[in-house]
Ligand binder design. Structure first.
Ligand SMILES: Cc1cc2nc3c(=O)[nH]c(=O)nc-3n(C[C@H](O)[C@H](O)[C@H](O)COP(=O)(O)OP(=O)(O)OC[C@H]3O[C@@H](n4cnc5c(N)ncnc54)[C@H](O)[C@@H]3O)c2cc1C
Length: 370
């Protein structure tokens, strides 16, 4: 018998499982497909800078606490599993493609300014120094204005989820793959077990962490979770040398330069249901953007393209809390564009909720059934 059963083994479910297991709980993760194989694998791995401040909104607190926790988490995962999740503070450039985008650029950096994060106005010399591939872009019209946020970080998603899985396994978490949960067996005000093709699994407590797929499973539990999939497509380029060094936002598009020279080019926000295909028109658009902004990428190999489904929630906040009419069942879903970044503090606060402890962040705005 397990203490807690998590339905869905993405970064959110695995992070909660790891935190609970560190507290000595017997944990079971039941995953429909491959652990960490959906949105958590597909994302870009950007971790915006932040610090924990009780004066901020609960969502900003969750981000600030997570930003602080990522540093220790990466070290711990490396020590405990031997896997480097690729967490690096590489900094980010926020660039306006044209004058019309300037106001939007100010909105993008406002949260960093509010938190007293370093936010430097870019001039030609700084741009040349930080991203030599973009030298001259402020003069030749490719870029109208920009800021440098030196504390922004990134991690490598496939490595991060692999490290989470290994860390969970090391602490004795039961990991069941290829077992879609099809039904909740409820008795009174408690879920007793979940039914899957591999049999039924019981536990004392349950947590729904099924990302973009949470709405349907919530309905079966009698709770409304306004979560839907929003597709994002990505192209991975290998220029065989370091062309892009850090993160570069350019209007709705971005580069993430990895430390092995690869460059991730993203992304899109597409409301197309549960369709994880990549499409020729979008990939062409991403490649046009990449080569237009950094012409040196024209000869790069296109190593891979993929798409993932972000769990978008209607009001922009994740659902984090207990299902009101069930005493032993919780939800952690709907992190949309920032589930990797927010996963450490999500895991901490969900663990605190499930263990009946005071939470580091006021969770009332995230409540289930709102
Ligand atoms: C292109 C793209 C770029 C992104 N970039 C970033 C970024 O830079 N930074 C950032 O922080 N975030 C980013 N994100 C968002 C981030 O990836 C997500 O918010 C995060 O992965 C959500 O994690 P999750 O565990 O909730 O969902 P998922 O990783 O989707 O995991 C949910 C799991 O539940 C499983 N499941 C579903 N139904 C069932 C069932 N019936 N039974 C059992 N299991 C089930 C699924 O198979 C899946 O493995 C990006 C996403 C995309 C697509």
């Amino acid at each position: 018998m397990h203490d807690v059963l998590l339905v869905g083994g993405g970064a959110v479910g695995l992070s909660i499982a790891l935190e609970l297991a560190r507290r000595g709980k017997r944990v079971h993760v039941v995953e429909r497909g491959v652990l960490g194989g959906e949105s958590s694998w597909a994302g870009a791995g950007i971790v915006p800078p932040g610090r924990f401040d009780k004066q901020d909104s609960p969502l900003v607190q969750l981000g600030g606490l997570s930003a602080e926790m990522h540093v220790e988490l990466a070290e711990r995962l490396r020590r405990d599993t031997g896997i480097d999740n690729g967490y690096r503070v590489t900094g980010a450039l926020y660039l306006a493609p044209n004058k019309e985008h300037r106001a939007h650029l100010e909105e993008e950096v406002a949260p960093f300014r509010a938190q007293n994060q370093i936010c430097r106005t870019l001039d030609g010399a700084a741009l040349n120094n930080i991203e030599p591939a973009l030298a001259g872009a402020l003069d030749d019209g490719r870029v109208a204005a920009g800021y440098h946020i030196p504390q922004e970080a990134q991690l490598r998603n496939p490595r991060h989820v692999r490290a989470l899985v290994a860390a969970c396994a090391k602490l004795g978490v039961t990991l069941t793959e290829n077992a879609p949960v099809e039904e909740w067996i409820v008795a009174g005000d408690r879920v007793r077990e979940v039914r899957t093709v591999q049999g039924s699994f019981a536990a004392e407590q349950f947590c729904l962490s099924t990302g973009a797929w949470s709405r349907q499973l919530g309905e079966q539990l009698g709770v409304r979770l306004a979560v839907k999939p929003i597709r994002g497509q990505i192209a991975l380029l290998n220029p065989q040398s370091a062309v892009i060094r850090g993160i570069v936002y350019y209007g709705p598009r971005y580069f993430v330069g990895r430390d092995d020279g690869r460059v991730l080019v993203g992304s899109t926000l597409e409301d197309v249901g549960f369709d994880r295909r990549t499409t020729a028109s979008v990939i062409r658009e991403l490649l046009d953007f990449a080569v237009g902004l950094a012409p040196q990428l024209a000869s790069a190999d296109v190593e891979k393209t993929w798409a993932g489904l972000r769990p978008h929630s209607a009001d922009g906040l994740p659902y984090l809390g207990r299902v009101p009419h069930l005493t032993n069942t919780f939800v952690a879903a709907g992190h949309y564009r920032w589930g990797l970044a927010l996963s450490p503090a999500t895991a901490l606060t969900m663990t605190q909720l499930m263990l009946g402890e005071p939470t580091a962040v006021d969770m009332s705005v995230f409540r289930v059934g709102r």
